[in-house]
Design a protein around this ligand. Sequence first.
Ligand code: ZN
Ligand code: FE
Length: 253
Amino acid sequence: MPLTVRQFPCLSDNYGFLIRDEASGLAACVDTPDAEAILDQLAQTGWTLSLILNTHWHPDHAGGNEALKTATGAQIVGPAEVRRIAPLDREVVHGDSVQLGETRFDVIDVGGHTLGHVAFHAPDEAVAFVGDALFTLGCGRMFEGDAPQMWAGLQRLAALPDETLVYCAHEYTAANARFALSVDDDPALTARTAEIFAARERGEATVPTRMGLEKGTNPFLRAPRLAARLGLSGAADHEAFAAMRAAKDAFKG
Ligand code: ZN
Ligand code: FE
């Protein structure tokens, strides 16, 4: 049975996601960037929120938990680190699964941006909600984890089927594309960035993306192949990733 995804911009550059399992009519939101915006979307759709899925503890992902819990009584599911700032009803770790009606989400450890960051993957629907772990042509900053941890998490995402629709939590794609072009001249990337700049000119979202597209063009997933460009021939994969992350952090494009 299908899963309906309703994506909407909120805060300065976040995306909020309301999802509905059509078999049961049950609805959830992925992260709580802005409780008011989510309540407004619920009012527009007439959906009743029964579940909140948190990817990580940052305020633009869990900051609306308390207000939404009060307003809807929804159950909140996420990694333990969410308790640093917000209420949580059920802690999940890598390998757990969460059910929304007939839709099953597998919890994937993608720590690195924050230590406990998780992604939610619905294999039967070929969709994944990845928070700030992976972005269209980018990845999250490595605030809490180290490169081996974050690289391992990204490899878990890269192992998902190519057709997987990947919902990332921010619209950072134009800046990511400018950086990608500075480290990679692969024709597939050049073509894709042209499409991205045109889409952004038209005000269109570049989320969701597809895992296969990211594997072919995302400079962080391609870091081992681009290592020579970073002066790192013979480096371990996670070292190439760390160098790519450092280059992006310093990039002023
Ligand atoms: Zn974050
Ligand atoms: Fe964020």
